[in-house]
Design a protein around this ligand. Sequence first.
Ligand code: 4NP
Length: 164
Amino acid sequence: MYRVLFVCLGNICRSPLADGILAHKLQLAGLADQVEVDSCGTGDYHVGSPPHVESIRVAEAHGVPLAHLRARQVAVADFDAFDLIVAMDRKNHRDLLTLEATGQLHGKVSLFMSYVPGATSQDVPDPYFGGPEGFDAVYEMVDAGCETMLAEIRQSLVAVGSGG
Ligand code: 4NP
């Protein structure tokens, strides 16, 4: 099993969208039994809460189930449990590296925007303090990045001979 963890600040806007979208793509590709997807936040503000209503709205408009997710805070144990840890912005990325001060994490943590073709920023913008249109824009970015991730995961599964 290959394990992917998406990390943002609150785990209610951006990382749940990435979690739900990649899981949905893996399901459609018949790879859901080979890849586990999860998400969490660097902060603890919303632990136990479902995703933001606007994240649920835009996901469900695209046929992606999201309402079942619940926010949790990142734990040091995640650094061992997951193969790939994807930070939604550079602050999340810095906070993760600070949390795991031994340096072992460096090879495992990437920035989500590195998967988005033609990205003009390194950060997925935080839509929390804006209106619904911010969530629509984030959906498009996250969908594009997850498409790249799906292709890379499919390649690596083929490379190790386990299907795809
Ligand atoms: P997220 O957005 O990191 O994409 O889940 C936020 C959610 C909550 C807060 C900030 C950002 N907050 O300050 O409570």
